[in-house]
Write a protein that binds this ligand. Structure first.
Ligand code: AMP
Ligand code: ZN
Length: 436
């Protein structure tokens, strides 16, 4: 297997040439960072007055990290590196949990972002003959517009359906013979469970693949989606701070996600510490933008936990890969002193037969102890009304979770479609424990 590529030269650059490009672009990034009120004093403080003060790529380690709170502090203009006349778009975070953050883009920034998404689309084997229905929210959330422009650039026929309204989504899919969709994994599970009852059996649809991301999901869910929908699912990773989707993408080899190293310098760090890690060690992904004029970011701590892999890929791309995101460092739950990631729960239950499309973790207190309840929807074909088979499923899930988590949760079974579905990212954890 080799290719196909959107930009073969860039996607298969020899490592040495890639590193030379990175140093050149890093200096350009530092130059524009020096022009911002936020970075100027911080760079001066570590002795960087000019881009040439970086003699080699490893000098990146001298630079300070940037964290989400820095973006909040710099809001709204502290990180803007170009005159506002050059800005053609901006995306802000929702700000529901405090001050929002903002990323500005020049036309060149948007073109560079679009190129990364185009590469990913071609890498999954989509072509201009595909009909692409984009079920990610359009607007300030970057999922919709990010894929939209990439897909248009490649020449797919784009249906900008945005998120929600499942009956309309299915009707569009059937009437326009949609072959490729883009959605969160939780929404795809919902869509799948809705197809048959809403009168859109699988045979009535031309679907063959999906780009799926924006939230963490397990390998078990990935496989389940592929099997239930009879399609190939490609994991897609991105974050607004680094543009949005298109940062890392599974290629046709489906062996972890290539991260575009001509657009980002990739480092790994110990979560919460100023210590970097090597390839093959799990840690927090740290990224530096290399092709962004309006909002340069240096050593941004994404909070996402993964492993960086440098082994060759069958597709011929030289850009390294990151493993499926295990969750965010700040997603970790502590239940009666035991550390638990929601993804562990998902991985343990979603592969079991009889389990449907949705689940939720509910935490509260009973006396001084934490109590964990996992609410699980059962599969439509497993809902026979036979109490004994439901009891068996409940015990199986409880025992499986106990052995993985070392905590014994209560299991609540819900009928198909019985748990709330969110149009954007799924809310998996409801923590009702009183704050200490
Ligand atoms: P946002 O900036 O709102 O688009 O959210 C970005 C965050 O979504 C990332 O930092 C990740 O935590 C999460 N995310 C995005 N894509 C994926 C993916 N494919 N797998 C796991 N988490 C993801
Ligand atoms: Zn590959």
């Amino acid at each position: 297997m080799h290719g196909p590529f959107w930009n073969e030269e860039r996607e298969t650059l020899e490592r040495e040439a890639l590193r030379a490009w990175q140093l050149k672009q890093l200096r350009a990034t530092v130059k524009s960072a020096l022009g911002t009120p936020f970075y100027r004093p911080r760079l001066h403080a570590v002795g960087v007055q000019h881009p040439e003060d970086l003699c080699a790529l490893d000098d990146l380690e001298k630079l300070p990290y940037t964290v989400k709170d820095d973006l909040r502090e710099a809001y709204p203009e502290g990180l803007l590196a170009v005159p506002i006349e050059q800005v053609v778009r901006l995306h802000t975070s929702s700000g529901t949990t405090g001050t929002p953050t903002v990323i500005y883009h020049t036309q060149a920034d948007l073109d560079a972002w679009t190129e990364l998404v185009a590469r990913a689309i071609i890498g999954c084997g989509a072509t201009s003959s595909d009909i692409f229905q984009n079920m990610m929210g359009y607007g300030l959330f970057t999922g919709g517009l990010g894929l939209h422009y990439g897909a248009e650039r490649v020449g797919l026929a784009v249906i900008p359906s945005s998120s929600g309204n499942t009956s309309r989504q299915l009707r569009l899919m059937r009437d326009f013979k949609t072959t490729v969709i883009h959605a969160t994994p939780s929404y795809m599970l919902h869509l799948q469970s809705y197809m048959e009852p809403a009168g859109y059996p699988r045979e009535s649809l031309a679907l063959r693949c999906a780009f799926t991301g924006a939230e963490a999901y397990s390998e078990a869910t990935h496989r389940k989606l592929e099997a239930l929908m009879d399609i190939r699912v490609f994991n897609s990773y991105g974050l607004s701070e680094m543009n949005g989707p298109g940062v890392a993408f599974e290629c046709a080899a489906q062996d972890d996600m290539h991260i575009w190293e001509d657009a980002y310098v990739v480092e790994m760090a110990v979560p919460g510490q100023d210590r970097t890690l090597d390839e093959e060690q799990e840690g927090e992904l740290v990224l530096t933008t290399l092709c962004r004029q309006a909002t340069p970011l240096l050593r941004y701590r994404t909070g996402d936990l993964t492993v960086l892999r440098g082994t060759p890929c069958a597709c011929g791309r030289t850009h390294r890969r990151i493993a499926r995101i295990r969750g965010r460092a700040d997603d970790m739950l502590i239940v009666n002193g035991v550390n638990i990631y929601p993804q562990q729960v998902e991985a343990a239950i979603m592969g079991q037969s009889g389990v449907g499309a949705n689940y939720q973790i509910h935490l509260n207190k009973k006396g001084s102890l934490d109590r964990m309840t996992v609410r699980v929807e059962i599969a439509a074909d497993g809902f026979t009304g036979d109490i004994r088979s439901l009891e068996r499923l409940r015990h199986l899930l409880r025992d499986t979770l106990r052995s993985v988590l070392l905590v014994t949760p209560e299991i609540e079974l819900h009928e198909p479609g019985g748990l709330p579905v969110s149009e954007g990212k799924a809310q998996r954890v409801l923590d009702d424990r009183p704050r200490a």
